[in-house]
Design a protein around this ligand. Structure first.
Ligand SMILES: [Fe+2]
Length: 176
């Protein structure tokens, strides 16, 4: 049973405000890509799609004179930390299971290591799945953040993901 659907997240004003900042099209691409590879990592498709969808919810806008300043971003960015906290708070408010909310928040926290000191991180399968899903849809120059999507297309793809996850969970119940 899922307490929270992707569609519940999609309609929430916090998601509309912050996910649109880093790109709704990109967030949906990563959720779809996470679902595609979830099986390879043996991770719960519900967690993978939610973490994929919310992974960039912590972005701040680093503009200088109307243009994105990559150096300013690189020097000051903590979007994964901010995003983990924001995603967690949102999921708990919507009634997500606390263990699931924690796993999703940690996958958001560790989807990139660009803000961390050099070192080896040993990621869990879910964290690795989200990192790979994000990397798979990345475009040179960060263009993936700027791709536009209509509300209708976004909602259609979110609902399609929800249907696939429901289908997976019914399948799983049959196996058990
Ligand atoms: Fe991303």
């Amino acid at each position: 049973m899922r307490n929270v659907k992707l569609e519940d997240l999609y309609h929430h004003h916090i998601v509309q405000k912050y996910v649109n900042r880093s790109g709704m099209a990109h967030a949906i691409d990563v959720a779809e890509s996470a679902l595609e590879i979830a099986e390879d990592y043996q991770v719960d498709p519900d967690l993978a799609t939610k973490a994929g969808f919310l992974h960039d919810i912590g972005h701040y806008e680093w503009y200088r004179d109307g243009k994105w300043d990559y150096q300013l971003y690189k020097d000051n960015d903590i979007h994964a930390i901010k995003g983990a906290e924001r995603a967690h708070k949102l999921l708990i408010r919507l009634g997500e299971d606390p263990k699931k909310a924690k796993a999703i928040a940690l996958a958001v926290l560790l989807h990139t290591d660009s803000y961390l000191p050099e070192g080896e991180l040993r990621l869990t399968p879910l964290q690795e799945c989200i990192h790979q899903a994000d990397t798979k849809v990345e475009e040179v120059g960060g263009h993936h953040h700027y791709r536009k999507i209509s509300h209708e297309e976004a909602l259609m793809r979110i609902q399609a993901l929800d249907r696939q996850i429901e289908y997976f969970s019914v399948d799983e119940e049959l196996i058990e």
